[in-house]
Design a protein around this ligand. Structure first.
Ligand SMILES: [Zn+2]
Length: 195
């Protein structure tokens, strides 16, 4: 069954070891932030730093693993039809919009959509780590300057990760204008027992 995350919202749910999570960009050009925690001990969670360290790359795609803060593989990227994702940048947050967009009023954010949906699982705002930003197109110059460009994903592009342990998942349809080419679209996802 395909589940829908409406634009500028999020969801949280559990998946079991050896199940697959398919994250779909139904309209194209939409980022989805993915975070996850070990169900057995929620202090163990995705680590962007460990993932870049052990995968020896800042571009995570098919064939790469997503590692925990305890140096354990928690997910494997099985398929990635778009092929461009980011693991450098933190989930967009109220401060993102104050500091980078100079927005003074309320603005939805991945950070809020993650911690609010994860709260029933006993996860607090301070527990939310740097996400694996599926479909996010962050480019970098030789000098290290970062630029956020519109995603290259087309309608129907998807990424499949395999859970290597029982996990609590947080997933969003990103709320940041620059990350999504200036428009906000939904994200769909499916939990599969086999692919
Ligand atoms: Zn976001």
């Amino acid at each position: 069954m395909e589940n829908k995350i409406n634009e500028q919202t999020g969801a949280a749910f559990t998946i079991s070891k050896n199940q697959y999570l398919k994250i779909i960009d139904p309209k194209g050009g939409q980022v989805s932030d993915l975070v996850f925690f070990s169900e057995k001990d929620k202090k163990e969670k995705i680590s962007a730093g460990k993932t870049m360290d052990f995968e020896e790359s800042i571009l995570i795609t098919k064939g790469n693993y997503l590692w925990s803060n305890r140096g354990r593989k928690l997910m494997e990227v099985i398929e990635d039809t778009n092929g461009r994702n980011d693991i450098l940048l933190a989930p967009c947050s109220p401060e993102t919009f104050q500091i980078m967009y100079e927005v003074e009023t309320y603005h939805p954010s991945c950070f809020e959509n993650l911690y609010k949906n994860l709260a029933p699982f006993g996860i607090s705002p301070d527990d939310v780590p740097t996400a694996f930003n599926v479909f996010m197109n962050v480019q970098f110059s030789e000098e290290g300057k970062l630029s956020v460009l519109p995603p290259t994903s087309k309608a129907g592009d998807y990424l499949i990760v395999k859970a290597l342990d029982d996990l609590i998942i947080g997933l969003t349809a990103c709320s940041a204008e620059d990350s999504n080419g200036g428009t906000f679209k939904p994200i769909h996802y499916e939990i599969l027992n086999s692919i």
